[in-house]
Design a protein around this ligand. Structure first.
Ligand SMILES: N[C@@H](CCC(=O)N[C@@H](CS)C(=O)NCC(=O)O)C(=O)O
Length: 213
């Protein structure tokens, strides 16, 4: 059985758990990090010297940190390659969009989330929020155009590119910011919310992370 260490409210854990859910893998998840603590324990540092979550132990004994690498390994070891078509251009293009999502969307949405939800209202910096929002929208404009051409980010079925991209959309679409209309992205996000694994592992209440005055 697969073991996942990390709290359910961590977006990087959510990516891994969403993949595990989509693939229907037997697993156990151990709460760690945030208010659960435990990241400095020597036995955990032996698994993950970064002292961050997630960490995963695969059935074959492989231990990995770095959520995107874990998502790739989960997809690569799926005999049906449901989340990452094997071979040819599709494999490369899917990987390209996963990388794109991390660098051009997730990074900025995470920064925005920290500037809004994880900063007390009296300490929020409107200029910083505006700058993270601009960077986010630059990325989302590209996704918006692509999602006008096909159902998912890298093709016509869910892939690792969507896992890396869409796990941050829950926070983008629910945090208290002004959002311009992005009809294709909204359609895509709505479709994600109808997936049981997304609803269970990504649409996780984040109020426990909120910083108050
Ligand atoms: N690049 C790493 C980043 C991991 C990371 O920053 N994890 C955060 C949670 S999203 C963490 O462990 N924070 C400390 C904590 O939860 O206490 C990955 O993708 O796995």
């Amino acid at each position: 059985m697969l073991t996942v260490w990390g709290r359910a409210t961590s977006s990087n854990v959510q990516k891994v758990m969403w993949s595990v859910g989509e693939l229907g893998l037997a697993h156990r998840r151990i709460d760690l990090g945030g208010h659960f603590g435990g990241l400095d324990k020597p036995e955990y540092r032996a698994l993950n010297p970064n002292g961050l979550v997630p960490t995963v132990e695969f059935e074959d004994g492989l231990v990995m940190f770095e959520s995107n690498a874990i998502v790739r390994q989960l997809a690569r070891t799926d005999p049906e390659r449901r989340l990452w078509p094997a071979g040819g251009h599709a494999e490369a293009v899917t990987d390209m969009w996963a990388e794109w999502a991390q660098l051009n969307a997730c990074r900025h949405i995470t920064a925005l989330f920290w500037a809004v939800v994880r900063t007390a209202p009296s300490k929020r910096d409107p200029a910083q929020i505006a700058s993270h929002l601009r960077a986010t929208l630059d990325g989302l404009a590209i996704a918006e155009a692509e999602l006008g051409k096909r159902a998912f980010l890298a093709g016509e079925t869910l892939s690792i590119a969507d896992i890396v991209f869409a796990h941050t959309l829950y926070r983008y679409f629910t945090m208290e910011i002004e959002r311009p209309a992005l009809p294709n992205t909204e359609r895509y996000y709505r479709a994600m919310t109808e997936r049981p694994a997304y609803a269970e592992h990504v649409m996780v209440d984040y109020q426990v992370l909120r910083v108050h005055d």
